[in-house]
Design a protein around this ligand. Structure first.
Ligand code: FAD
Length: 333
């Protein structure tokens, strides 16, 4: 393999029902930054059916170019036709880097593509940078050994260098109004041999809760809340502030709350304007999901709790006493 032949950074654009996943915009933002160091351009790879209406949004978020495979077989995500399409795009255009969101779809797709193109894959990255040793290799960092160390992984002898990236970690760029990018249609035959699985129906989860990754204010509870009933105190404060409730894994494991509000390494990565950690010790796996929050307030009865090391403001005391007072003051303001 002549790795010099491989150029550019490609982003797999995840779209469902013609709506682009937030992580794809985050990847474009990061790719833009990496592209400067690699002196290359960013290409968004858009797969789907009747998806041309999404191209402008990709350009506004930093895509220099778009490769679009528009095909009925790609209307609903299925592993085989998507893997076949990505494989063909990579074979034709030979990108140096391909990034996917570490979502259910990205985690399903990326390993299959990497096996087909015979390259490596670093899953669940939280940091990407270009090596400054002249090689311009991608340095891909991810938590390892249960989050106790951060491993930096290189793929120096194969191309493309591929990674899945955790949603919520990278930053989108501020959309550039009026930006456009050339769109190249890639006509690909997706035959029956790539459609062995038929999607008969898609049953969507109905939820009226705000996704914690979209919330600007999170009031988060840990084991120190004492019992699931005390989560009502968090809800009161969240309602008063216009935010929503999240949690540490300890409360999910105890069955107090649903997994979809778990923050951390095995939960969601959040970056709100304000994160209020209540009765949360600040284990490394929890911090991995929230330490990029703009402002962190911690309430904990143990003044030596590690959460205070990342907190901008700390309150030492009993959450069950402090939260009602906090809510009362917010309501007065
Ligand atoms: P604890 O560590 O038990 O802390 C409770 C805190 O509450 C203590 O600091 C205590 O001082 C304080 N407290 C007690 N009572 C009160 C009170 N009345 N008032 C005020 N403070 C009080 N964890 C996550 O959160 N997210 C993850 O995604 C995640 N992934 C993991 C992945 C792996 C592979 C592993 C091994 C672990 C993972 N964990 C994760 C678990 C993590 O290591 C911790 O066990 C967990 O975060 C602890 O949750 P906690 O802070 O709520 O509970």
């Amino acid at each position: 393999m002549d790795i010099q032949e491989y150029k550019g950074i490609f982003i797999f654009v995840q779209q469902v029902d013609n709506k682009i996943a937030g992580v794809s915009f985050e990847l474009l933002g990061k790719a833009k930054e990496l592209a400067k160091d690699m002196e290359t351009e960013v290409t968004a790879v858009l797969l789907g059916y009747n998806v041309s209406g999404l191209c402008n949004d990709l350009a506004r978020h930093g895509a220099d170019k778009i490769i679009m495979v528009d095909n009925k077989a790609l209307e609903v995500y299925a592993t085989e036709p998507y893997a076949h399409s990505m494989y063909n795009v990579i074979e034709k255009y030979k990108p140096a880097v391909v990034l996917y969101g570490a979502t259910a779809i990205g985690r399903d797709l990326a390993p299959r593509v990497s096996a087909r193109v015979k390259t490596g894959l670093t899953a669940d990255c939280t940091k990407l940078e270009i090596a400054d040793d002249g090689t311009k290799n991608l340095r891909m960092t991810r938590p390892a050994f249960g989050g106790n160390i951060m491993a930096t992984i290189l793929c120096p002898e194969h191309r493309p260098q591929m990674a899945t990236v955790r949603p919520g970690v990278m930053q989108k760029i501020k959309p550039i109004e009026g930006a456009t990018a050339p769109v190249e249609k890639f006509d690909l035959e997706i035959g029956a041999d790539h459609q062995n699985v038929q999607i008969l129906d898609v049953i969507k989860k109905v939820s009226n809760k705000m996704d914690i990754q979209d919330a600007k204010i999170l009031v988060s509870g840990g084991r120190g809340m004492g019992c699931p009933e005390n989560f009502a105190l968090l809800k009161d404060l969240a309602d008063a502030l216009g935010g929503t409730v999240s949690s540490s894994r300890a409360c999910v494991d105890a069955g107090w709350v649903e997994k979809d509000i778990q923050v951390g390494q095995t939960g969601k990565t959040v970056r709100p304007n304000l994160y209020i950690a209540c009765g949360i010790s600040g284990a490394i796996q929890h911090l991995a999901g929230m330490e990029e929050s703009d402002v962190i307030i911690a309430i904990n009865k143990d003044e030596t709790a590690p959460i205070f090391e990342v907190a901008d403001y700390g309150i030492v005391g009993d959450v069950t006493k402090i939260l009602p007072l906090f809510t009362e003051e917010v309501k007065k303001a």
